[in-house]
Design a protein. Structure first.
Length: 320
């Protein structure tokens, strides 16, 4: 890991190319000055005084583009080189789950507006929020994210996020979407929009020519899947909980848009189209381990698993 605070991100990126860690990519190089602009501004000490007006915080960054173009890698590079600047690096879905849980706890104390204390806690913890995969599929998130982000921006928190879609396409066709539209305007007002247009899908390239179906399900197959998982993720994972119509869909392992779960967790439980759509929105690449028939104890169970497997496949491919 490079943590050279006085070295520009462009130079750090060049060093990673020189040592073979990265391949040159003009689209990635082009956005580096945007990250460096934010890095330089948030690193400046804030001068205060009786008659001194607080400076305007720098514009954030909304980095969007296709899967596997290196958005998360660039975000990691930025967050790892902020020096002493308090930064929170987190997947957007996981962050919103934390916000909903904190709001539930705040309501239990009898506060009239739970967003205010929850936002204050986030503000106290981070000067920069670095999100992966901004997607809005849950109506609860859609109804609170505008006021939450408005409070964060007003407090000077700088937000950088990646996404696979334009802000205008967030929460597309969602319930009560007209109430969500001011959030899109807020993003455009407080964040620079940048499309990462690279011809290379690095994730697909890493899988190209590799075995992706392993049978039988034994120790050797699991070791091979472990190797693929480690190569794709390059770091520790954590569970991701997706809130869908009041219920939780849990992916046991998740990192940078890549999920790992068991076949039974996806196809052996009573999940439906909305659940699979939420998974497709949050996940770009997934591993599912386990034999489809391993936990099917009856013909009807096997038929149910088969039906849900077809539904999952159709939802994922149809949503791309």
């Amino acid at each position: 890991m490079y943590v050279l605070h006085m070295t520009t991100l462009t130079q750090i990126y060049a060093d990673l190319i020189a040592d073979g860690s990265l391949n040159p990519d003009p689209a990635q190089e082009a956005v580096l000055p945007e990250f460096e602009r934010i890095r330089a501004e948030v690193s400046q000490p804030v001068k205060t005084g009786w008659f001194r007006k607080a400076p305007e915080p720098p514009m954030g960054l909304y980095l969007w583009g296709g899967v596997g173009r290196g958005k998360s890698m660039l975000m990691d590079l930025f967050a790892q080189n902020l020096g002493d600047v308090p930064v929170r690096r987190v997947h957007f879905h996981a962050f919103m789950q934390e916000i909903q849980a904190a709001m539930h706890a705040a309501r239990a104390t009898g506060v009239d507006d739970p967003i205010a204390p929850v936002a204050a806690e986030v503000i106290a913890q981070a000067k920069v929020l670095a999100f992966d995969e901004m997607q809005i599929t849950d109506i609860t998130d859609a109804m609170i994210v505008g006021r939450l982000f408005e409070a964060l921006f007003d407090a000077g928190v700088v937000i950088i996020t990646t996404s696979n879609r334009l802000p205008d396409d967030l929460y597309k066709h969602g319930l009560n979407r007209e109430a969500f539209l001011p959030f899109i305007d807020l993003i455009k007002d407080k964040m620079n929009l940048w499309e990462l247009v690279s011809p290379t899908d690095y994730r697909q390239d890493r899988l190209s020519g590799s075995q992706v179906y392993f049978t039988p399900s034994n120790a050797q197959a699991h070791a091979a899947m472990d190797s693929v998982w480690n190569d794709l993720t390059g770091g520790p994972s954590e569970p991701l909980t997706l809130r869908v119509k009041g219920r939780d869909v849990v992916l046991p392992q998740f990192r940078n848009g890549i999920a790992r779960t068991g076949f039974f967790e996806l196809c052996g439980k009573p999940l439906g189209p909305a659940d699979y759509l939420a998974v497709a929105e949050a996940v770009n690449t997934s591993q599912a381990a386990g034999s489809p028939a391993a936990r099917a104890t009856s013909p009807s169970s096997r038929r149910g698993q088969s039906r849900r497997m077809r539904l999952l496949g159709g939802t994922v491919t149809g949503g791309r």
